[in-house]
Design a protein around this ligand. Sequence first.
Ligand code: ADP
Ligand code: MG
Length: 224
Amino acid sequence: MIIEGKDLSKYYGNGENKIVALNKANLKIASGDFISIMGPSGSGKSTLLHIISGLDMPSSGTVTFDGKNIYEMDDKDLSAFRRRKIGFIFQQFNLLPVLTAKENIIMPLLLDRRQPDESYMKQITELLGISNRLSHLPGELSGGQQQRVAIARALIAKPDVIFADEPTGNLDSKSGNEVMEMLKSIWKELGKALVIITHDSRVAQMAERRFTIADGVLSEVTAG
Ligand code: ADP
Ligand code: MG
């Protein structure tokens, strides 16, 4: 499995008001990669993530999944790519407050008219330490627990790649560390590719391949 972004640029606005949010970024994600992208607020991190995961078209450049340009796919294939190949984790968890943890976790499958694999559900919720919290509403859970429910939701469709957009940004440092340790064990035990966006250098250091982004320009900084 390879997702490859080539020469990705994104502009907003026109003329004097033109903003270059992303400037000719190149990023290749292969099976089992653990990649971090670090940069300050407004540097283009979320823009890059949305483009490379099929949520938003670039102004120029291409994104391919196993050689196929995702933005040339029809709506049905593009939404299958998003629902089955990719999982997302957001800074704000984005759980639905009226649904239980379990209902939140299986929602992406229900939207895709599929049934959860109960033994896989058990495996991931145990790995994440939330198997005894599944009937709780998000409001009854701590921030760290809510983020772990969101991670289970990102994993439920057995995607190839997990994208996390500042996953610890809303957590205190202890819960943030727990969440990072869990993401690392998911990467190791389930063999998913993991792409983490952060402005925390300690989080970025955990990755095998490290990138920085500034004013829309992406650079690899992996040592050695
Ligand atoms: P980050 O995630 O690193 O904080 P973003 O990718 O969200 O940065 O934003 C990069 C730049 O693009 C910022 O200058 C931001 O204001 C701008 N931007 C992002 N989305 C839009 C939009 N929908 N319309 C106009 N400007 C945008
Ligand atoms: Mg962002």
